[in-house]
Design a protein around this ligand. Structure first.
Ligand code: BGC
Length: 408
């Protein structure tokens, strides 16, 4: 009964707010802001930018648990090597050589994945700050790099033969075409010393798989569980990690919806809304002091990939339509930092587009060039038109370029 009264009160409040809070009547600085996919943080130290994360009392970050996912990716690869010990060492020299495509040396997700792989394969060394060194090695054919060491897995020595940041000449990071070129270069100099190909994401992983490793039968591992990568598991792609994008895309829009409705932030998240939407409790966590929602990751391998074939399918638990009379349409400005990013373009945005209808949000999608923040901020010229903002920065240090516009 108590709960029903609470729900009824929430509706009344929501309906009232829905009537009065037109976009142009609320100061832009007081509107809800959700940072997503690129957490406001120092790109050198990884320290969170709490000024941006608490820009106002309706500001949050939505992403996924980078460390838990990174550990899973490393473990998935180590398990694969152990399970295929009789066939994995292509030239039979007792050394399992791997090459690693790094997405962006200044992006927390990328740094975490490089560390997770090195830790699980025993190739990690500690840097001066006590953290695992995540620098690219360039090439390390003789094992002399100071950024990694030779690891041990069963009877094998494990060596990071080569790694580099996949940044194109114009400055775009996580660049699949650059990874496609890198694997050709590595393959011609390292040949059958390469036993495993690893990537910080599926976009780069698939470029390397299609360009080389598929034909060679060399297992290739990525991250994101994009539909094409999951399908490639049937053709020898070694595995990937789902960062539960179905949960993240929902949270990105749901948090905005809740702030606009003036209801408890947990509505439709940990507490069922009136349409029955509620997230499974093991699919995300919320860390209050970071004002951040983090989806949890799942490994996708030959054992379970059939369950992950459509990466753009909304999660059934949160796919119930909100009543448009009680939750009227709101206008949202949302940007994707790079129109060419495989993960955001092929998986995240299609999911957002499925959820925006269910949540009665009219979202304007802006696509950046992946290189210059101003290319995106220039298109936030009239924030007064929107009720809320979902922001995906080019660089994690650049939150102030957006908050400055909203504070004017
Ligand atoms: C994804 C990458 C993507 C990046 C963009 C990461 O979480 O795994 O595929 O390129 O986000 O910021």
């Amino acid at each position: 009964m108590k709960k029903m009264i609470a729900i009824a009160t929430a509706f009344t409040l929501a309906a009232t707010l829905g009537c009065v809070a037109n976009a142009d009547e609320v100061a832009n600085a007081d509107k809800p802001v959700v940072w997503f996919n690129r957490q406001p943080s120092n790109s050198t130290t990884g320290e969170l930018d709490m000024d941006a994360l608490s820009f106002n009392d309706k500001t949050y970050y939505v992403g996924f648990d980078a460390n838990q996912g990174a550990e899973l990716q490393g473990q998935m690869i180590a398990d694969y090597i152990t399970a295929h010990a009789d066939t994995i060492d292509r030239n039979g020299d007792g050394v399992i050589g791997y090459v690693l495509a790094i997405g962006d040396v200044g992006h927390n997700d990328s740094v975490a994945r490089t560390r997770g792989v090195r830790k699980a394969l025993g190739t990690a060394v500690e840097g001066a700050d006590g953290q695992i060194d995540s620098n690219p090695v360039g090439t390390n054919v003789d094992g002399s790099s100071a950024d990694v060491q030779d690891g041990k897995l069963g009877d094998f020595t494990v060596r990071e033969l080569a790694s580099q940041e996949m940044k194109n000449s114009a400055g775009a990071t996580w660049d699949a075409a650059t990874a496609g070129n890198a694997i050709s270069t590595w393959a011609s100099s390292l040949g059958d010393q390469i036993d495993v190909v690893i990537s910080n994401n599926d976009g780069m992983g698939m470029a390397m798989f299609n360009g080389w490793s598929k034909d060679q039968g060399v297992p290739t591992f990525g991250y994101d569980a994009n539909s094409d990568a999951v399908a490639a598991i049937a053709d020898g792609y070694g595995g990937t990690i789902s960062q539960h994008t179905d949960v993240q895309a929902y949270l990105t829009l749901r948090v905005l919806r809740n702030c606009l409705d003036g209801v408890d932030i947990d509505t439709g998240i940990g507490t069922a809304d009136e349409a029955g939407n509620v997230l499974p409790s093991d699919s995300y966590k919320y860390v209050d002091e970071e004002r951040s929602y983090y989806a949890l990751n799942v490994a996708v391998t030959a054992d379970n990939y059939q369950d992950f074939t459509d990466a753009t399918r909304t999660l059934p638990d949160v796919s119930n339509q909100l009543d448009a009379d009680k939750y009227p349409t709101k206008n949202i400005w949302l940007d994707i930092y790079n129109s060419a990013d495989n993960f955001l373009g092929a998986t995240y945005q299609p999911l957002l587009q499925n959820y925006d209808d269910l949540l009665n949000l009219n979202v304007e999608y802006i696509a950046g060039d992946g290189q210059t923040e101003s290319n995106i901020t220039n298109r936030l010229g009239n924030p007064g038109q929107y009720d809320g903002f979902a922001i995906n920065m080019v660089k994690t240090d650049n939150a102030a370029s957006y908050t400055a516009i909203l504070s004017q």
